[in-house]
Design a protein around this ligand. Structure first.
Ligand SMILES: [Zn+2]
Length: 107
C-alpha cells in the first residue's frame, strides 16, 4: 500500500537536512515562486529572472531586488538613502537587521 505522497517545495528532499531547515526553505521558496506585483504596471506578473533580478511578464519591466523576494527591508532603506534621507539610515538599518536576526532565531 503506497503512502500518501507529500507535496510542497521540499518533496524532493525527503527526510534530509532537518525539519527546521526544510521549513525555512519552504517559506523562502513559496515566497519566491509566488507571482509578485509589478512596480511599473501594477499587475501581479513579476517573476524572478535570476538571483536578485525580477521581471514583469506583462510589461517586461526588469529591476533589481532581493535574492528571494522582490523587495527587502534593507533594500527599502537603501533606496530611501539614495534619494537623500541619510539621517534615519543607521537607526532603521539596525532595527531591520535585529528584526531579521530575531525572525531567524524563532524559526
Ligand atoms: Zn509590469
Amino acid at each position: 500500500m503506497p503512502k500518501t505522497k507529500k507535496v510542497g517545495p521540499t518533496r524532493g528532499l525527503g527526510p534530509r537536512y532537518g525539519s527546521t531547515v526544510r521549513k525555512r526553505y519552504t517559506k523562502v521558496i513559496t515566497e519566491l515562486k509566488r507571482p509578485h506585483k509589478c512596480p511599473n504596471c501594477g499587475f501581479v506578473r513579476v517573476k524572478r529572472e535570476s538571483v536578485g533580478i525580477w521581471k514583469c511578464t506583462k510589461c517586461n519591466y526588469t529591476y533589481a531586488g532581493g535574492a528571494y523576494t522582490p523587495t527587502t527591508k534593507l533594500g527599502v532603506i537603501a533606496k530611501r538613502a539614495a534619494k537623500g534621507f541619510p539621517a534615519e539610515i543607521k537607526k532603521e538599518a539596525k532595527a531591520a537587521a535585529t528584526e531579521t536576526a530575531t525572525e531567524e532565531e524563532t524559526e
